[in-house]
Design a protein around this ligand. Sequence first.
Ligand code: UDX
Length: 442
Amino acid sequence: MGRRIAVFGTGYLGATHAACMAELGHEVLGVDVDEAKLAKLAAGELPFYEPGLPAVLRRNLNSGSLRFTTSYEEAADFANVHFIAVGTPQKHGELAADLRYVDAVIESLAPLLTRPAAILGKSTVPAGTAARLAARMRSLAPASEQVELAWNPEFLREGFAVADTLHPDRIVLGLESGRGAYAEAAAREVYATQLTADTPFLVTDLATAELVKTAANAFLATKISFINSIAEVCEATGADVSMLADAIGHDARIGRRFLNAGIGFGGGCLPKDIRAFIAMAGELGAGQAFSLLREVDGINMRRRNKMVDLAREAAGGSFIGTRIGVLGAAFKPDSDDVRDSPALNIAGQIQLQGAAVTVYDPQAMDNARQLFPTLQYAQDVPTACTGVDVVLILTEWQQFVGLDPGELGTLVRSRSVIDGRNCLDPRAWREAGWKYRGIGRP
Ligand code: UDX
């Protein structure tokens, strides 16, 4: 028998978590303040693109194990395991995370808790947040001491959200000191399927659990910026960063994953999480330790300018009067997410410098149009590339990796391509008469 679970927040994280918890056999109520979003979800439609998730959503809506509501009363009445899965975006004009949505869940939910319950936080928060929320919850909840708050960070990647939720690498659960038996038992029941499959289960204190998530993202960002700074050296020496990454990646201590040089990282997580980490360390008086992450952020943002410079050079030294075809708008393939997308940032900069830029992306067109309405959008690759002086590959969609350079060559004004993700086969493009430029490749 499954548990009755409420999931607060039905964005990327919350919608995925709610649907996957139902898939595991639990009875799930998704809770959000946004009625339009809930109506869409309840009709089996996702407000974002995520492979495999629509099927999971619809299956569990149809079986009745997944429902949605705006009512906190209903949720408090229904469930005794409450997941917090709301967003923690970057504060406007600051590095720190904006915790208002997390706070709002506690302020609304806690006064309704009249019997034993576990609140499991999944949102990415600065260390110290969970302890503060626990104290606040206890002062508001009628069942006060019988409610436990634990932190259970989420590591899912966009594009693999279902698999990452159903088969995580590890489950981390941070408990309040001196309590947590109820929360741990609840988590063990909720994740029984994964625990039977021997998924590592790490029980920690609250601060460690909060930091595990931030540290994991900081490490990934550092790995990407590391290889991107090596790419700069490769460019200066004529070496090939992709072959170099293959070679160092064979060392199991290093590993090949997240060593793809290119235009760098973006999205709704890595950029804002490393900035929140820097802000938090500063507040705690450990700011010096984080000059490293400032550099990681700086290297990453430089890649975007570097790509603009390469494109300008390929266009003959100035963008004025040129046409640029941009393939890719999403921050990574298999996603329609354009939050802090390097691809769109680059397309925007090039347009502002005088080029006519046409963008195509297999999934992110609507989101891109909303964020950058002044760019031109084409409905397919040929339209985006017809008559252009330079083609830029900015997101490594399989569709672009598999392009036929010969065919594309008949449409463009000049056979010049810059591979911002080092995802093309340089030989095939050069043989088809293209001037190929990669990042950190000769
Ligand atoms: C990330 C973390 O991976 C995930 O564990 C966490 O829960 C949320 O943040 P996500 O934002 O979905 O997930 O994207 P990810 O796959 O990590 O990619 C982030 C960015 O790094 C993308 O823009 C991607 O293009 C870029 N990237 C990734 C590189 O530039 N090079 C690489 O080698 C890998």
